[in-house]
Design a protein around this ligand. Structure first.
Ligand code: 4AD
Ligand code: MG
Length: 461
């Protein structure tokens, strides 16, 4: 493999002629010398290429080099004369690999993040999105490393399912039926027998249910894949297609789940700080001041813990400042999550033991018969980053909850069966991968931390 600009920039000057390939970010031309900044997307700041015009003597070729042009530069790596870089390339030979006309949208000026979203196929060539996507890649490696080194197996759960994991009905249907001519049964309902799977199917909202069956066989597992939600939420933290990391542990209660979630977040945050110092410094300078210090603080101090009931007591004290005042039983919304983590705890907080009415059917019931062993991990700025729970391991109680919520036990028959054959306490959680990237980078909108965002009324590219 050829060296990328990242490797070239960390090399020492030498008499050997080397080659650097990339796209021209900027060109500064004067009478005797021309400077190009060439970047191949492996670094925030690219390689400075210095062209001595007298010896290069090809003004015609040089005039075709514009912002966005793909080039191959040969020359010697020398100690830089300028202050802002250690080495630069003294050009000997230049090849244009791909020309770039002047209507290239990424000219030198700063572009708004909204404009960049409209040219999502080019935006990874900007410093910001390039850095975000490198961090995204590193974070994904950190996630695999944490689990692989702690005895978890990676399980690939299906993307097409016939059971709604969260029971919230926010699914995208998958069908090969002709929508202009839908086959009907005698009673007038859709004849799913004629559909591809002979039943109603959809894209998964979570791999948890299938993940549980594997934890009940391999002890500790995790999934990491795309999930889909037809939520009509037009916010800076919701996508219709997002990636979720879902560990599941057998013989583990809610306390064990909380411990794993805290250790996991701290591990992946430190990993990125260590492996992506240049990107993290860039975000700290241009996206969110003080972000690195905040992350260090989060890594070094224990997460707060609070029951839902105590959280409501705290929130009720300041109910008048919320758009949606709370009482025991109400859902905790983003404004409340932010208050709890930013004002009350001033750190990430794990809220536990929610009323059963506002949580999914699979969560283990507490002795009080009113609350369930669920947890949400809330962080400053974003609110919920992780949702998890201890699962109901008792067959009758689980069936009772499915019926109580008006779900069809037939859709969950195989899931229920695992509670008959050697059922054990088990727990897990889901981390929204894009929310983790938002948190680490400081990027405000979730649409800018995934290559091609999908949300209500938008599935371009
Ligand atoms: O809280 P949620 O809905 O939990 C589950 O799906 C469980 N099955 C997880 C489990 O216990 N295995 O979602 C988990 C996380 C949220 O905390 C949030 O970070 C993220 O997924 N998330 C979203 N991220 C982006 N866009 C959306 N529409 C999201 N919905 C949830
Ligand atoms: Mg949740």
């Amino acid at each position: 493999m050829k060296d990328r600009i990242r490797e070239i920039l960390s090399s020492v000057p030498s008499e050997k002629t080397i080659k650097a390939e990339g796209w021209v970010r900027t060109k500064r031309d004067s009478k005797n010398v021309c400077f190009l900044e060439v970047n191949d997307g492996s670094v925030v700041k690219g390689l400075q290429v210095v062209i001595d015009k007298a010896s290069f003597n090809n003004d015609d070729l040089l005039s075709q080099v514009t912002t966005g042009t793909a080039v191959e530069c040969s020359g010697k790596l020398v100690k830089s004369q300028g202050g802002s870089q250690a080495v630069e390339l003294a050009l000997e030979d230049l090849k244009i690999v791909g020309t770039c006309p002047s209507d290239y949208p990424l000219q030198k000026k700063r572009h708004s993040i909204e404009f960049l979203r409209e040219i999502a196929y080019l935006r990874p060539r900007t410093n910001l999105i390039g850095a975000v996507m490198r961090v995204r890649s590193t974070l994904s490696y950190a996630i695999h490393t944490f689990f692989q080194e702690n005895g978890f197996y990676y399980v690939n759960t299906p993307l097409i399912t016939t059971s709604d994991c969260e029971g919230a009905g926010e699914t995208f249907q998958v069908t090969t039926l002709d929508l202009d001519n839908v086959p009907k049964t005698k009673d007038g309902s859709v004849d799913y027998d004629k559909d591809f799977f002979s039943k109603k199917a959809s894209l998964t909202v979570s791999g948890q249910l299938e993940g549980e069956t594997y934890a009940l066989a391999l002890k500790n597992i995790y999934t990491f894949g795309p999930t889909f939600r037809a939520e009509n939420s037009n916010t800076t933290r919701h996508l219709a297609e997002f990636w979720m990391v879902e560990p599941e542990m057998a013989f583990c209660d809610l306390e064990g789940d909380e411990e794993t979630a805290e250790a996991f977040l701290k591990y992946i945050f430190s990993y990125v700080l260590e492996k992506c110092p240049e990107e993290m410094e860039f975000f700290d300078n241009f996206v969110l001041k003080g972000n690195i210090e905040t992350l260090r603080h989060v890594i070094d101090s224990p997460f707060a813990r609070m029951t839902y009931t105590d959280a409501i007591k705290e929130l009720e004290k300041v109910n008048s400042q919320f758009d949606f005042p709370v009482h025991w039983g109400s859902d905790i919304q983003t404004e409340h999550e932010k208050y709890l983590t930013e004002v009350v705890c001033k750190s990430p907080v794990i809220v536990t033991d929610y009323p059963k009415e506002i949580k999914a059917f699979y969560m283990k019931m507490n002795e009080d018969g009113k609350t369930v062993r669920g947890m949400d991990v809330l962080v400053p700025r974003l609110g919920e980053i992780i949702g998890g729970s201890e699962r109901e391991a008792d067959y009758d109680k689980l069936l009772g909850r499915i019926n109580e919520l008006g779900l069809n036990p037939k859709d969950y028959w195989w899931y229920l069966e695992t509670r008959r054959f050697g059922s054990v306490p088990h727990s897990g959680f889901g981390l929204g991968f894009e929310r983790a990237i938002q948190y680490v980078t400081g990027v405000a909108n979730i649409r800018d931390v995934i290559p091609y965002p999908r949300y209500v009324r938008s599935a371009d590219f």
